[in-house]
Design a protein. Structure first.
Length: 110
């Protein structure tokens, strides 16, 4: 689902970039200031968007997949990168590490 922009995208103040991303995608601000709006989500019966203000050299990892908006607060250059690919071995190791950590936490509570 992620649309990736290998080159930097230049935005003028007030201009909005809308792009579909997968969870874990990175938004990198090279210069300028932007507001990043997360994909819409439900909270009870209300739809909301989380917002983050980013400046030059900031990197934001998108938590949920969907359509994000990058709104330029000043002239800006941004780059949207797809989520890093994890190997199957790394995913299994991460899974076992999480299980072990959870089990140790339960033992500490007792």
């Amino acid at each position: 689902m992620t649309t990736s922009f290998p080159e930097f995208t230049a935005l003028e103040p007030g201009q909005t970039l809308r792009v579909a991303v997968d969870a874990g995608a990175w938004v990198r601000v090279v210069e300028g200031k932007v507001q990043l709006l997360s994909p819409p989500a439900w909270l009870g019966e209300t739809v909301f968007n989380a917002s983050a203000e980013l400046g030059a050299e900031d990197l934001h990892v998108v938590e949920r997949g969907g359509w994000i908006e990058v709104v330029a607060r000043s002239a800006a250059r941004v780059q949207v990168l797809p989520a890093p690919v994890r190997s199957a071995h790394g995913a299994r190791l991460g899974h076992w590490t999480q299980l072990l950590t959870d089990r140790l936490a339960v033992l500490r509570i007792r």
